[in-house]
Design a protein. Structure first.
Length: 444
């Protein structure tokens, strides 16, 4: 038995002083206030010293680049970075090499993660212009959902046939997560900038290429398709203020259309391209101060349901050059929780709301079984977060790429322990083994 003692527990819209008892891989009891002396005497006690104890973070949008891009990342290095950041479960995207577009390739990816992962894992199956029957026949109690690219991005998985898109929405019995950018708008914007700059378009023009218009038009299309077909839709990486007007202000459990944003859209704006260049080049693009502020203002509401990272590491060598050359994507999974906790410190959202967006709602939306909450009988996936200032330094980045867009930023909170399936996987900077399991899902 393990007793996490004397913590500020954040769970299900409450913050209270208490302790959590773990037996085997599950939560055996939750105590508010004092615990029986017999447990203090009989259990392995982890003194929390009033640190925040919360469910382990569930990041539903990562690109761990495995298989196919070992120079950028692999599942071992990136899952270590996740665990060090308090992330206990991840859902990995299909634009790997080969692309995860069949059940057979999904199974191979699961076997790879079983051998490498430090955190719990699940995988999307990717939609293409030719694999509708594969999507219809997949087992969505094991596969987390379908990823549908409505705009071109890393990996070349654009689906652009309208009748096929409607068939996917209408016939596939799964949550559909969309990358929502309109390709025609992006192409038009790009051609305009090529006339101005030729092939050497500055990085600062990225939000002009992948513009707010491109995002809004594609999100409108996806939402209208979901409403027409009755499909469950999750809009990935919201980056604009205007998209918020398309979403319902209801709890995640009460709606079929949900959305995420990412910490980098809450921290950076187009003014930061001159300072950080391609380090903050990602798809969709980081946009205006107004967009950033609109997303920040929406955090206390139910317009945005989840925080995910879109963790997408590249070597710094891949981020060199002008807009047409520099790769899009950045590592984020190690610092998403400290980044969001800093926004709590600054008053943008409550601690309870942060936990709902990073732990509860991902479990609700994806139907992740027995995770995301501190409840008796649930898997003991837990994170201890302590009030301790730390500055992000490149030498502390665990992602294989070895850099972070947050370098130089001081956070007020630090992950001190991560517990996965009842085992201390990470504590005070040290790793203690791999205890990961595949995630399973209830189909809504």
């Amino acid at each position: 038995m393990i007793l996490i003692h004397n913590a500020h527990i954040v769970n299900e819209e409450r913050v209270f002083h208490g302790s959590v008892l773990i037996e085997g891989d599950s939560i055996a009891d939750v105590f508010e206030g004092c615990v029986p002396q017999s447990l203090l005497d009989g259990a392995e006690v982890i003194e929390a010293d009033d640190a925040i104890l919360m469910p382990g973070v569930i990041d539903t949008h990562v690109h761990f680049r495995d298989p196919g891009f070992p120079e950028k990342a692999d599942f071992s290095t990136e899952s270590e970075a996740a665990v060090a950041g308090g992330v206990t479960s991840v859902l990995d995207m299909p634009n790997t090499k080969p692309q995860t577009t069949s059940v057979e390739l999904w199974e191979e990816k699961m076997q790879m993660a079983e051998a490498k992962s430090y955190c719990n894992y699940g995988f999307y199956i990717g939609a293409t212009n030719t694999n509708l029957e594969e999507l219809k026949g997949a087992d969505y109690t094991k596969i987390c959902g379908v990823k549908l690219f409505l705009g071109s991005s890393t990996g070349g998985m654009l689906v652009n046939r309208g009748e096929l898109i409607e068939s996917i929405f209408r016939e596939v019995p799964a949550l559909i997560t969309v990358h929502a950018e309109d390709d025609a708008v992006i192409s038009r914007n790009l051609e305009h900038l090529k006339k101005l700059y030729g092939a050497e378009i500055p990085i600062e023009c990225h939000p002009q290429v992948r513009s707010a218009e491109a995002c809004v038009k594609a999100t409108e299309y996806a939402i209208s398709m979901a409403k027409r077909t009755g499909a469950r839709l999750h809009v990935a990486h919201l980056s604009t203020e205007e998209e918020l007007g398309l979403l319902e202000n209801l709890p995640a459990s009460e709606k079929c259309i949900t959305a995420e944003t990412c910490p980098h859209y809450l921290y950076f704006t187009d003014l930061d391209y001159k300072r950080l260049g391609a380090r903050i080049k990602c798809n969709p693009a980081i946009k205006s101060v107004s967009d950033r502020n609109g997303l920040l203002d929406a955090l206390p509401t139910n317009k945005i349901d989840t925080i995910a990272t879109d963790h997408a590491p590249h070597r710094l060598a891949d981020k060199e050059g002008t807009l047409l050359k520099a790769a899009s994507g950045m590592p984020s999974v190690q610092y998403s929780l400290p980044a969001m906790a800093e926004l709590v410190q600054k008053g943008y959202l409550s601690l309870e709301r942060m936990v709902r967006m990073m732990c509860h709602n991902p479990a609700i939306i994806y139907g992740i079984e027995k995770r995301g909450f501190i409840r008796k009988g649930y898997k003991a996936d837990l994170t201890l977060l302590h009030r301790e200032k730390s500055v992000v330094r490149a030498q502390n980045v665990l992602s294989k790429c070895g850099w972070s867009p947050y370098e130089g930023i001081e956070f007020s909170n630090k992950v001190v322990a991560t517990i996965i399936n009842g085992h201390v996987a990470y504590r005070d900077g040290a790793f203690y083994g791999r205890y990961a399991e595949p995630l399973t899902f209830k189909v809504r």
